[in-house]
Design a protein around this ligand. Sequence first.
Ligand code: ATP
Length: 307
Amino acid sequence: MKVIEVNNLVKKYGDLTAVNNISFSVNEGSICAILGPNGSGKTTTIKSICNLIIPDEGNIKLFGKDNKKSIDNIAALFEGTRNLYWRLTPRENLRYFAGIRGLGGKKIERKIDELLDRFDLEDKKDTVVNNLSRGMRQKVAIAMTLICDTDIIILDEPTLGLDVKSFMEIKNMLRYISNNMKKTVLLSTHDMNLVEEVCEDIIILNRGNIIAQDTIGNLLDMFRSMTYEINLQDTITEEQKEYLSNLENEFYLINDGEALEIDILDSKDIYKIIDILKVKNILIKEVKQKNINFERVYLNLTSGEGK
Ligand SMILES: Nc1ncnc2c1ncn2[C@@H]1O[C@H](COP(=O)(O)OP(=O)(O)OP(=O)(O)O)[C@@H](O)[C@H]1O
């Protein structure tokens, strides 16, 4: 089932088109990532879904209903930990946030205990947020989005600036939210490890347009079939290097010049590449398709415009 549907969304700021007629949907229970270089329109899109920005054109539906009428089904976290009160403890923050939405009483107190326990915050439940580590604060901030039990959770850069241990904890938290709590998660991120490890569906924006929209598996497969590693019989010479650098195709030297890497759009082109190498007597030991990570896919799609 489509939980979020964005249809022909357009948002302009004066002459600048921040979001240019984009459409996508997010399926129930999935973790979907919106990626893109700085200024590509991620925040504008997410804020439009949360009804914090009014688009110029298009519409957004949550469970088939106009988002303005079903906004109570979203809990969102923007700009890191800004939803937290630093002089309050995690327990007090959660209680306060539930209170804003008119929820309280024993049921909510039980829910707070459950969340603190589930995300290993039990020991720190009475420490003011100001005295918690960055990772702990981030866990509390994400827990806050769960207290009201909405079906949709939206997170802006949930792992920004975290160390490896905190990254692992947030990653596990996201998996639990999706797999066990059965919530639909839409997040924006620049963190390719997070994308590769927890997200199923990916939307890549560039200059306000969607340039890719697929499952992570499909995107990796697509690019895996395009990237070749060519192991050479001899280490490449300076003259051969110079020859390669003047060619239209981009060759990446790896293993100190004992191998080359190349991205090609059509698998038949590998034969042309072999001919090109023969011209300068660059002899091939082995050609194999390369296992690539998602960062490479992303950089290819955005033509290296940065993360
Ligand atoms: N309130 C605003 N007024 C004018 N221009 C804006 C406004 N908000 C965003 N923009 C512009 O719209 C474009 C898209 O911005 P947006 O914040 O959606 O991008 P983003 O992908 O979230 O970027 P980042 O990764 O840097 O957070 C940018 O060029 C930005 O400068």
